[in-house]
Design a protein around this ligand. Sequence first.
Ligand code: WTA
Length: 677
Amino acid sequence: MTMDHLIVHEAHNVAMRDTPQHFYDKQPSRGSYIKNKDQYTEWYNQSINNPEQFFGNMAREYLHWDKDFTKTLTGSLEKGDVAWFLNGELNACYNCVDRHAFANPDKIALIYEADDEKDNYKITFNELLTRICKVAGVLQKWGVKKGDTVGIYLPMTPEAIIAMLAVARLGAIHSVIFAGFSAGSLKDRIVDAGCKVVITCDEGKRGGKTVNIKRIVDEGLNGVQSVSHILVFQRTGNPQVPMTAGRDYYWDAECAKQRSYIPCVPINAEDPLFLLYTSGSTGSPKGVVHTAGGYLLGAALTTRFVFDLHPEDVFFTAGDVGWITGHTYALYGPLSLGTSSIIFESTPAYPDYGRYWRIIERYQATHFYVAPTAMRLIKKVGEAEISKYNISSLRVLGSVGEPIAPDLWEWYNEKIGNENCVICDTMWQTESGSHLIAPLAGAFPTKPGSATLPFFGINAAIIDPVNGQELTGNDVEGVLAIKSPWPSMARSVWNDHQRYMETYLKPYPGFYFTGDNAGRDHDGYYWIRGRADDVVNVSGHRLSTSEIEVALSEHPAVSECAAVGIADDLTGQAIIAFLALKNEEMEHPANPEDLQLLRRELIMKVRGSIGPFASPKSVIIVEDLPRTRSGKIMRRVLRKISSNEAEELGDLSTLANPEIVPKLLSAVDAQFLSLKK
Ligand code: WTA
C-alpha cells in the first residue's frame, strides 16, 4: 500500500473536534496496581527508554519459561525483522493451564454460559488440563506436531478454548475461523493456512436457533485434499449430521481413548502460536502471525494492568473466540493470569435483554468487556432490564472494536457502572495482539470518548498523512502509527511477509501503521476517529469493502460495484453497495418488484460468500459510478451521498462524469428508503 491509497482524513489539519474534555477520576474500590498517573508515567518512560530491561523483567515475572531467553529484543520496524525473547522457550498452554492446575487445581478456569441457560457449567483448572490433554492426544495420534496448522471452526463454547490450547500444547499453530463465516470463506482460510486437521462441531446453538456448522465445513472442505482428519464435537448430538468415514471422528469417542496427561511441547518464543485472518484494504484476508512469547506477554500484561485484574476476579468478555478479542481477553489474558473467564455462547437478546446482567449477577463478574454496538442495542431496546439485576460486583467496564461515542460512554458509566466502575475504552487490533491505547483502570483519569494513553511499550505517534511527517506536540490530528516494536505485535502475514511489510511497515518507514485516523488532544490523550483505509467496522466486525465488492461482482447481473461504509446508529458503520448492471434496462423494469428481488439476491450473495454479518444494509442500483478521469471510482462521493451529506461533496473537479451526481442522489433517495421500510 502506498500513501495514495489512503483517504486523507478531511479534518487532519483543523483544530481538535469539539469533544467533551472533562475528566472522570475514579479508582476501582480496592485501589489499583498502578497507583496514579505519576507511576504510570514512570513505568511508561522506562518501557519506552529501556524496553529490553522493562519487558525482560516482565516476561520473567509473568510467564513460565522452559528455557530462559538470552536477548530480549532485536530487529527494527524499518526492516520488519523484530524478535523478542530470543532463544527462550515456553509453552502457552502450560502458562495458561498447567501451572494454575498445579497451584490451584479446583479453581474455576472457565464458566460456560450456554445458549440455553439450563446447559451452563463450570470447569476447574484441573479438569481443563485433562480435557486439553485428551484432545492433544487425539491430534498427536493424527500426526499433528510442532509448526503444523490446525483449523478451528467452533462456536463460543469451552471446546473452542480446549481445542486452541490443545493445539498450543503440541507446539502447533491454531487458526480459528469465526463460525459465522461462509463455506467459501472457511475454505480460503483453511487452504491458505495449509491445515491438516480441522476441529468443529455438529451443530451450533445461538439465540435458540440451530446452526448447521458441520454442513458448512463439509461444503467448504469438499475437495480440499490437505485436510486428513476432522474432529467433530457433538454440541447437539443430532445423528442426522453426516460424517465422512475415514476423515471425520467424534470428539468424545476419540478423547475416551487418550491419556489424561500428555506433556507440553515447549517452543521458541518467536515460533508462531496462532494465525488469525483479518481483512485489509485490498486483496484476500491476511493470516496475521502471532508468536508464543511476545503475544502471550502482551495478553497477560494488558489484562493485568489495563483491567486491573486480580486473581479472584471473574472476567466476562462478551466477544467471540473467532475474533482477536476472544483470543486475547477470553482465553490468553485471563487464563495466563489464572483468572476465571466466562465463555458466552449466546446473544445479548436471548431469551431476553436481561441476559448479560443475569450472567454478571449469577457469577459475580467483576469485569465486563463488550463492543459499543451491543451497548447501543441495549440502550435502544433493552434498558428497562438492567435495573432488575444486581450487577454491583462489576468494577471495570471495557469497550472494544470501534469508537465509543461520548454519550454512549456516559450511558455505560451511569447505567451499567452505576458511576462506580472505571470505563476502559481499549483501542487495539488483530495485528497488535493486545491493547495499544487504553486507560489503566484506576491509575489515571479517563475522558468519555477517548482511549486515553498508550500502554507500556507503545510508542504512539500521530503522522501527517499528506507529507508523512510525525506531528509532535499536542493538539494534532493525523494517522496513528507506532514508533517502536512491542512484544505482541504481529510478526508477519502467513506465507506473505512482503504483504506484511507493505501493509504495516512501508507506508511510513520506521513506523508501524495502524490504518486509523486519530488525534492527540492538549492533555496528550488519544481520540480514535476511524479507519483511514477501506476497512469498515460493522457491529465491531472488521470487513473490507473490497471483499464485499468481489462477492457482489460475482453475481451475473452486476457489471461494476463499489461498497462504502457509512455511520449507523446501531451498528456503528453499515455497508452501502452501489451497483451498475450489465443489462441497463434492468434498472427500470416494468415491475419494480423485480428490482427489489434482485437487491435481495445481491444481499444473499454477500451473506453466502462471506457470512451473514457482512450483509450490506442497502444495495443501490445506479446507471454508473462516479469516477475520476483515470477511471478510479470516487468512493468519497458515494459515502457522502449515502450519508445524507451531499452538500459536503467537496472538490468535484476531478470527477469525469459530474452529471452522475444528481442521478446518484435520486437513486439513493428512492432505493435507500425503500429498503429501510
Ligand atoms: C477499530 C479489534 C476506536 C480500529 C480489537 C482498529 C477501535 C480496528 C477501537 C481493529 C476503539 C478497535 N476505539 N476504534 N477502542 N478498538 N477499533 O482487528 O479501527 O477487529 O484499527 O480488532 O477496530 O479491528 P480488529
